[in-house]
Design a protein around this ligand. Structure first.
Ligand SMILES: [Zn+2]
Length: 316
């Protein structure tokens, strides 16, 4: 089945202060690598719709949406919280970022594709139900999962988050939702420093020491993440794909390389393929939808995302 890239030009409209690492050029770095590698012509391309209020309100509060709308400036860049900035196009960008995951889920559930990458910003996994954090406004992966629960009536959705930071927002949103298995690996102790202990069984936190490198990353996910996914038998796999654990990324210290992202993607792809062969249709996994989270060294981000998409699409 052919893989799909979902993005929208409006995702460039969210502006940050001059020189900030979370910049619109991140999207171009990925697109350029897809073109240079020849992958671009081998996948479907779709533009994301803007997420509706109904879709956002499945995970965010009405008050939070109102506060954002009231604060968004008509010109310039406004500091909304510690590391959250709003520009005139921010909420348009954020709605199209969230809409990408929703379209991805719909396409997978309709059987049109079984591997989707959403090249979008702002990212989502730090955003809590009523709080913007860590460059994140709307929690895109949580909105996609909530859509799969509400609109497609799925009973088991897994979210794998391999960004170098803990997906605190996704944890907060699904803390009381056992239909969503959340596996997050992250450098620890590190931003966001929100609590990771005393969580229910459907939340699997995998703290990684700053010195872990490839071997530690792969060993920890092999021990804690992959068996949990196999037991859970998700009907849909969502990925919070952050590439900020890369060796070249100033944001972290765990020193992963391109092949580590290929490795985890191949493991997840294999899980989906094994499930598709299950004769019991209720146990089958329909596919995977991956959403861009972090990744701030532009050349490394482009290479890692391209190789991640290539592995999801099983292109050699
Ligand atoms: Zn991150």
């Amino acid at each position: 089945m052919i893989a799909t890239l979902i993005t929208h030009p409006a995702c460039h409209l969210h502006l940050m202060p001059e020189g900030h690492p979370e910049c619109p050029e991140r999207l171009d770095a990925i697109n350029n690598q897809l073109l240079a590698s020849g992958i671009d012509s081998l996948i479907y391309h779709r533009e994301s719709p803007a997420a509706t209020d109904e879709q956002l309100l499945r995970v965010h509060t009405h008050d939070y949406l109102q506060r954002l709308a009231q604060a968004q400036p008509d010109e310039g860049i406004l500091r909304f919280a510690d590391d959250i900035y709003l520009s005139p196009g921010t909420l348009t960008a954020a709605r199209h970022a969230a809409g990408a995951g929703i379209l991805g889920v719909d396409m997978v559930m309709r059987g049109e594709t079984d591997a989707v990458f959403c090249n979008v910003r702002p990212a989502g996994h730090h955003a809590e139900s009523a709080k913007a954090m860590g460059f994140c406004i709307f929690n895109n992966v949580a909105i996609a999962a909530a859509h799969a629960l509400a609109a497609h009536h799925l009973e088991r959705i897994a979210i794998v988050d391999f960004d170098v930071h803990h997906g605190n927002g996704t944890q907060e949103i699904f803390r009381h939702e056992p239909r969503v298995l959340f596996c997050s690996s992250f450098q620890h102790p590190f931003y966001p420093l929100t609590p990771i202990d005393n969580v229910p069984d459907h939340i699997i936190n995998i703290p990684l020491p700053a010195t872990c490198r490839s071997e530690g990353f792969r060993a920890a996910l092999t021990e804690h993440c992959l068996p949990a996914l196999t037991r859970f038998q998700p009907q849909l796999l969502l990925i919070s794909a952050g590439f900020d654990g890369h060796l070249d990324d100033d944001m972290s210290s765990i020193r992963l390389v391109e092949q580590d992202y290929v490795w985890i993607t191949q493991q997840l792809r294999q899980l989906v393929d094994n499930s598709k062969n299950n004769p019991d249709v209720t146990q089958q996994c329909r596919g995977m939808v991956s959403l861009l989270e972090g990744g701030y060294d532009l050349p490394a981000l482009g290479r890692c995302a391209m190789m991640h998409i290539k592995a999801m699409a099983k292109l050699s």
